[in-house]
Design a protein around this ligand. Structure first.
Ligand code: NAD
Length: 482
């Protein structure tokens, strides 16, 4: 049992005013594995006050970029030292397979913070230019202020790093609100922060449910909200931020397409990468390539290869190093995905592997990895984000139709092209209306380049130097004429 009874606010472990707790249940054993206080709006008020103090009077925003980079580096090291423990905790909280979680959940987050430690000293924080009226002008990138970082359960440490990196780089104190499904790793992150010798109030971690989260985003002391989560909640948070004129970054859902071109050579590694792009983290990834588009010419061959690969995946205990697919995060998620499986079958899609819950597992919120053939893009399983281990294979006649199908989605987060001709793949990629497109790769992002969505997949970008800009405000200083 991992039991925490304090909150990390203002650089200290403090008592919560909560009377209730958030209990974390293992999706594998269905037993309680830990608990944390169910923080209240009054707790959030204290966290905002601590972050405001850090911003308005504290050293962090006034330090040199080199000093902030050193702070980022210390946090990187503290997290790196705890990586295996944090990965195991995340696997126990949300079912992420151990095979994936050390790299996908934790080292990726450590690497993001390291990337920002490298970017901070070289970022253009101010530039001098000739003004239009003869007076010289300095354009500063001032820190945007106090940030609320709202974190989902699927990749919690990594997504926390996506917010911490640029906020710390820009000099913005932050309050992280982990989701109620995965608060335990949030506490381990807070322990790393406590050991990283940062000024008080720069990073505060307060796990809570949606009502306390709503109190946080509306708080007058918050200047910017950085949200990652579902499109439904993102719309709400965007509306609240609009009303309050708070700055806002929204990283939301997706329904990404993998376009398989006719010249793609199927070998085991390539097939593995294609399957991984759709099923990594049990398919609980915003950029999952859950639609696989294949031409009529190669359709049967690719469907057969996918069936063999996915049918051989090992389903079970997420902490077992051999496991490919762990349980889904919660019973409601298992039921939701089962609803999609039923919807696919009744719409005429053919489950060539999977299609239900595994018969040999008598506990845990498992769903069989599933490949649906004969899917058309108007089906619910092709239009809505399933967030589970389900691939839909859709037939196209020519490349133009493949691109049109890929773009026939409310979402626009990621995508991929699979081909023997990488230059042609890049031409196809440029016609796909999504924030990231990979060629022959299951990567859904690159730490050195912007990541984010077109259309209902969000507003704004994280990662790369572009990821710092949303944590800054341009400030123009007009100097006297020489
Ligand atoms: P969710 O939207 O239900 O919750 C996300 C977070 O928002 C949680 O911490 C939750 O407590 C909080 N929240 C909910 N209502 C709130 C409110 N009114 N005010 C403040 N906070 C509130 O999402 P989830 O189920 O945790 O995560 C899965 C979703 O996240 C999927 O749709 C997935 O695609 C998306 N996601 C997107 C990205 C991306 O970068 N685009 C990355 C990972 C996950």
């Amino acid at each position: 049992m991992q039991v925490y009874d304090k909150l990390y606010i203002g650089g200290e472990w403090v008592d919560s005013s909560a009377t209730g707790t958030i209990e974390v249940t293992s999706p594998h054993t269905e037993e309680v594995i830990g608990s944390v206080p169910d923080a209240t709006p009054a707790d959030m008020d204290r966290a905002v006050a601590a972050a405001r103090e850090a911003f308005d009077h504290g050293p962090w925003p006034r330090m040199s970029p080199e000093e902030r980079a050193a702070g980022l580096q210390r946090l990187t090291e503290q997290l790196g030292a705890r990586a295996q423990d944090i990965a195991d905790t995340i696997s126990s909280e949300n079912g992420s397979p151990a095979k994936w979680s050390l790299m996908g959940q934790v080292f990726s987050g450590v690497a993001v913070l390291g990337t920002y430690a490298g970017l901070t000293p070289t970022y253009t924080w101010a530039d001098d230019r000739a003004g239009a009226f003869g007076a010289p002008v300095t354009v500063r990138r001032a820190p945007v202020g106090v940030v609320a970082g709202i974190i989902p359960w699927n990749v919690p440490l990594f997504i926390s790093a996506l917010k911490l990196g640029p906020a710390m780089a820009a000099g913005c104190p932050i309050i992280l609100k982990p989701s109620p499904e995965t608060p335990l790793d949030g506490y381990m992150l807070a322990e790393a922060v406590a050991a990283a010798d940062l000024p008080p109030g720069v990073i505060n971690v307060v796990a809570a449910g949606r009502e306390t989260g709503d109190h946080l985003i509306r708080h007058r002391g918050i200047d910017k909200v950085s949200f990652t989560g579902s499109t439904a909640v993102g719309r709400h948070i965007g509306a609240v931020c609009g009303e309050h004129l708070k700055r806002c970054t929204l990283e939301l859902g997706g329904k990404s397409a993998a376009i398989v071109l006719d010249d793609w050579a199927i070998d085991d590694a390539a097939l593995g990468a294609l399957v991984d792009s759709g099923l990594m983290n049990n398919g609980q990834v915003c950029g999952a390539q859950s639609r696989i588009l294949v031409s009529a010419k190669r359709y049967d061959e690719v469907v057969e290869a996918l069936a063999a690969k996915v049918g051989a995946m090992k389903v079970g205990d997420p902490l077992d190093a051999e496991t490919d697919i762990g349980p889904l995060v919660a019973q409601r998620q298992q039921e939701r995905v089962q609803g999609f499986l039923d919807a696919g079958k009744s719409a005429g899609a053919r489950a060539i592997v999977g299609g239900g819950t595994p018969a040999d597992l008598d506990r845990g919120w498992y769903v069989q990895p599933t490949v649906f053939a004969d899917v058309t893009n108007d089906m619910k399983i092709a239009q809505e984000e399933i967030f589970g281990p389900v691939l839909s294979v859709i037939k196209y006649t020519d490349e133009a139709e493949a691109i049109a199908i890929a773009n026939d989605s409310d979402y626009g987060l990621c995508g991929s092209v699979w081909t023997a001709d990488a230059d042609h793949g890049a031409e196809v990629a440029a016609q796909v209306r999504t924030g990231v497109v990979a060629i022959n790769s299951s990567m859904i992002l690159d730490f050195n380049a912007p990541f984010g969505g077109f259309k209902s997949s969000g507003i704004g970008r994280e990662l790369g130097p572009e990821g710092i800009a949303p944590y800054t405000e341009y400030q123009t200083i007009i100097r006297p004429m020489a």
